[in-house]
Write a protein that binds this ligand. Structure first.
Ligand code: CAA
Length: 267
């Protein structure tokens, strides 16, 4: 895999991939270059990791301590035409869809500001860990814009439509305690180091489970999010049946009966 990017860092350690948005001087703002590089990285990773051979979990974070991602790059947007802006939104949205469609869990580790596009990227991960200094928000209306990387859709699904409207129309900051209270953040950590270590511990424990089953749970839960319950149940029943053809299902149930630890292969 190409791991050489100007605006991103990518590393894999102990089966956990870490993607770091690396423009600390601009508070890791999402320029077109960041989104283009992220798109290449995620597409290549998705293809290479079909058999879980690259990584079994992923962390998305921002370089240094001040910001996770302070939004889309405002300077870059000042010269965009309407068509260019739409294409920029579609590119950013494609990256959110890529995170959602990866076959492994992705944890957003939010240090400092996660504003606008930063909040949107975090929301496309499976869940969010944050430091006690993290700040969330959709401040786009303060710039005469609206959210463009999924914020008008995903925030409502996470925190409820009316709370999402209140946050978006005001453009106000949401401090980390409130973010946890409303369900945006799962866990709060004292420091970035503790948060990253916490994410590694979480992912390492999860990796003892069948990677295939974890992926199917992710896929069915994400797909069901856009469906009425009866249709979601149909997707669930089909996936529940299909997984009975997997080696992991046979191994997991046999290991229980034989009172031993399962050895999952992701097949
Ligand atoms: N785009 C481009 N550059 C940014 C940026 C952004 N979103 N956020 C911060 N920066 C840059 C600043 O311009 C500054 O660069 P210079 O030193 O070259 O001037 C550097 O990062 C440090 O920022 P500040 O000096 O502003 O730092 P601060 O501590 O005073 O304030 C902040 C921090 C409150 C996060 C402030 O930087 C800020 O308000 N940033 C913008 C946040 C925002 O509005 N985000 C939404 C963007 S729109 C969007 O995301 C649309 C979408 O959904 C697609």
């Amino acid at each position: 895999m190409n791991t050489n990017y100007e605006t991103l860092l990518f590393e894999v350690e102990n089966d956990i991939a870490t993607v770091t948005v690396n423009r600390p001087k601009a508070l890791n703002a999402l320029s077109e270059q960041v989104h283009t590089e992220l798109n290449s990285l995620l597409r290549e990773f998705k293809e290479a990791n079909k058999d879980f051979s690259v990584a079994k979990g992923m962390i998305l974070t921002g370089a240094e301590d001040k910001a996770f991602i302070a939004g889309a790059d405002i300077k870059g947007m000042t010269t965009m035409t309407a068509d260019e802006a739409e294409a920029f939104a579609r590119l950013g949205q494609d990256n959110t869809l890529l995170f959602e469609s990866l076959n492994i869990p992705v944890i957003a580790c939010v240090n400092g500001y996660a504003l606008g596009g930063g909040c949107e990227m975090a929301m496309s991960c499976d869940f969010i860990f944050a430091t006690k200094t993290a700040v969330f928000g959709q401040p786009e209306v303060k710039l005469g814009l609206i959210p463009g990387f999924g914020g008008t859709q995903r925030l409502s699904k996470l925190v409820g439509r009316n709370r999402a409207k209140e946050i978006t129309y005001s453009g106000r900051n949401v401090a980390v305690d409130e973010a946890k209270e409303i369900g945006l953040v799962v866990s709060i950590f004292e420091s970035k180091e503790e948060m990253l270590a916490g994410a590694v511990t979480y992912l390492s424990k999860m990796m003892r489970n069948s990677p295939l089953a974890v992926y199917e749970a992710k896929r069915v839960m994400n797909e069901g999010n856009d469906l009425v319950v009866s249709e979601g149940l149909n997707v669930e029943a089909k996936a529940f049946g299909a997984i009975f053809n997997s080696e992991d299902m046979k191994e997991g149930t046999a290991a229980f009966v034989e009172k031993r630890k399962p050895v999952f292969t992701g097949k």
